[in-house]
Design a protein around this ligand. Structure first.
Ligand SMILES: [Fe+2]
Length: 150
């Protein structure tokens, strides 16, 4: 995969992840009375896979570029992002379980707790993705062809 194709694939993941955040916000806004089941079902089958796919793309494209930098803060950013990925992977599974419960109508969590879980997840994911998009545009604008940032 050329660098441009890989970057496009990563940007596409970010777009889809931000759309998923918007859907989660709609679901959280509808609690407790109005749960959009079709949206829940859509996310149940796609959210964890999308988060995993995004992290795979980042491991192949974004993190190696940051780690190759001579600037210590870029390498630190890569390490921080990797730790956030581990956390996001875990929470994405919890969110998926909460969505399954919502669809089944047998939630273990209270509506408030479900809303809090969804909001903390999508707000964290949005911040994370926007930070990565900023880093990406910084790197792509600075890096020479071949992708290493010095
Ligand atoms: Fe990330």
């Amino acid at each position: 995969m050329t660098q441009d194709v890989a970057l496009d694939a990563l940007k596409n993941c970010y777009e889809r992840l931000l759309e998923a955040c918007d859907m989660l916000e709609l679901i959280a806004d509808g609690l407790p009375g109005s749960v959009p089941l079709a949206l829940c079902n859509r996310l149940v089958v796609s959210l964890v896979r999308l988060v995993t796919e995004t992290h795979l793309q980042e491991n192949q494209v974004l993190l190696p570029m940051l780690l190759a930098s001579e600037r210590a803060e870029m390498r630190q950013a890569a390490e921080r992002l990797r730790q956030e990925h581990d956390y996001d992977d875990q929470v994405a599974i919890e969110v998926e379980e909460a969505l399954v419960d919502l669809v089944s109508g047998r939630s273990v969590l209270s509506p408030d707790a479900t809303g809090y879980l969804l909001r903390s997840f999508f707000e964290s994911i949005r911040r994370h993705v926007y930070a990565e998009m900023d880093l990406l545009s910084l790197i792509v604008n600075v890096a020479p062809r071949g992708g290493h940032l010095h």
